[in-house]
Ligand binder design. Sequence first.
Ligand code: FES
Length: 148
Amino acid sequence: MAQEAATRRAVLPGLAVTVVAAAAGYAVAGSSSAADAKPATAAANGGGTAPGAQGVLAQLADVPQNGGLVLRDSGIVLTRDGGDNVQGFSAVCTHQGCTVSSVAQGQIICPCHGSRFDAATGQPVAGPARKQLPPVNVSVRDGAVFGA
Ligand code: FES
């Protein structure tokens, strides 16, 4: 009995160390995520490079004609004309780095300060952004949109 209590006491400090280490690991992971976001921030108003895109990005049927689809996880916005032509652009607004929110009426829309970009070219057409959304190479095959 006394030995069991002693063992429990010995385990608890070890558990506390584990919890602290886990919390520290989380903080480091959070910092790493912030560091990963830097390329997107660097793209704001600086041109920068578009995110890489590989494999299937979306099913063509999920990209509305005369509209588009924002792939938040990939940082890419896909736009589609009235047919099956799909364009890809960085979804990171070139004004201050917000992620664009939607595509409507031939324009890619940033919700933060109202910048709008031409859905066919990525060029800014309204709002404070002055630089084009960097293009991302995509292609359509077999009913799916692929990264180049
Ligand atoms: S970040 Fe997009 S308009 Fe400002």
